[in-house]
Design a protein around this ligand. Sequence first.
Ligand code: ADA
Length: 554
Amino acid sequence: MTRLFETHKVRKAVSLNGMWHFMNAQTKKLYWLPVPGCWEQHPDMVNYQGKGVYKKTLTVDKDTDLRLEFKGVSHTGDVFFDGIKVGHHYNAFTPFSVCVTNVTAGEHQLEVHVDSSFSEESVLHKVNDYNTYGGITRGVVMEYVNGVFIEYVHFLPKKEHNAWMGEVSVCVRNISNADFTGTLKSSLDGTEVDFGGITVGKGERKVVSAKQTFSGVLQWDMDAPNLYFLHTVLYGDSGAVDDLIERVGFRTVSAEKNKILLNGKEIYIKGFNRHEDHSVFGCAIPLQLMAQDMDLMVDMGANAVRTSHYPNDEMFLDMCDERGIIVWEENHARSFNIKHMLKPNFDKQCRDCVEEMIVNHFNHPSIIIWGILNECASDCQEGREKYVMLYDQIKSLDTSRLTTSATCRHFTDICLDLPDIVSINTYPRWYEDVTPQEDFDKVYEWIQKELKGVEKPVLISEFGAGAIYGSRDSRETFWSEQKQAHILDEQLETYLGDDRISGALIWQFCDCRVTADPALYLSRPNTRNNKGIVDVYRREKLAYDTVKKHFAAK
Ligand code: ADA
């Protein structure tokens, strides 16, 4: 299972989730490991960072071309089919696929060589305030495609003269040795979108688009998350060749002066930053736990999630679509200084991540914000160039959502003019003993100076305090649950009551493991970032009720 709904009726898709053979490349020991999963969940490998080989025997029941889709391999995967290398991918948090042509019916060997180690080549995965796990950490699917298939379908809802329109773009890929001519059709809630004939040369891709009015559809909103299936079918001479079902919603997103608008109405964002992390499962969060995370956040009164600091598992995004939870999704980049951003692989790895995030997650109505470069070097010209590069890239892929970057470089950031929303990370009473009000007043004044009269929404994208679960101390010593609850109380009271702010996202939903490096663990008891409102097992800290009280009142 990789999505929460059926994605094909014509294309045969077989889940490869289950038990795979695994060899630890360092010890040469053999294991059976679950996919999806992190190898850290095995008692032998709780601290293993390095290489390993996953193997699976595939049974293919007819001669075909295959498309193998990996939703997440952490962090580098080299894919071998019957001993021949067919794919390579870097970055744990974005999906990728490989195609193998002319596969004969029978048994075949699939191997994925996984590397989770840090090196000069790996710019995005490095020592950080969260952990890089190892393994095939999200689902895998084997799909039968016959030479020509639909690579993606993008649906862009638009409201024109009070009627809902949709622009549907379909990318068809031809991996065969012959040119293809056929027809393409989509349908949504009984309305057909006709693309007419399509020709795709051998070895090529083609994107075709069509606009259509959809009457009688209901808009997607936070309190009424109406979703529709968009079924696209590709026909050849002998009938349906391939298909793809996407699930979409009709909604608009915009920013007007200092307000964020969903369907033309102002919204207030109250939510959490969430790392995909759990003591048992690592970053390979199973569906049941995703649902529990969602239930806990909703129970506290949240209406939004920031996928800090990387694109999330698509099943979680599906869940947000279904529950009407607003999503700020962001590229994989946390707290890089300029020296790091100037490394040779930085541009490519960031750009690949942004492209894979947007192309794959384009249709989620819940995503209303694309974020980039959390707390990176936005305070110097060379850093600014990277921000400009990525914002330009986003605009070239999707103009229908808002953009932002969370900054901690208050008073020195020179990039506030670039995004649609100004987002501030700040930890008054935790990293600095200042009241949240005093702190925000100063930061707000600076933001206004920087923006030179341009009005933009302002989000408090991170705030919070640390507490070790179970550490109760009425003297409110640092790291006690009382101290955390008290600080959160003051922060929430300030931010939720200030109408200059369009929303507040707590750092963070759950505690998370961090890299075992002195640069981190010396300030991160238990080698964890302990600012979770629930701990790594989702046990509630005292601050849970504090958050609930404030979110309920807003
Ligand atoms: C930053 C950063 C987070 C986390 C947080 C903290 O704001 O964006 O990833 O490290 O600080 O806990 O200090």
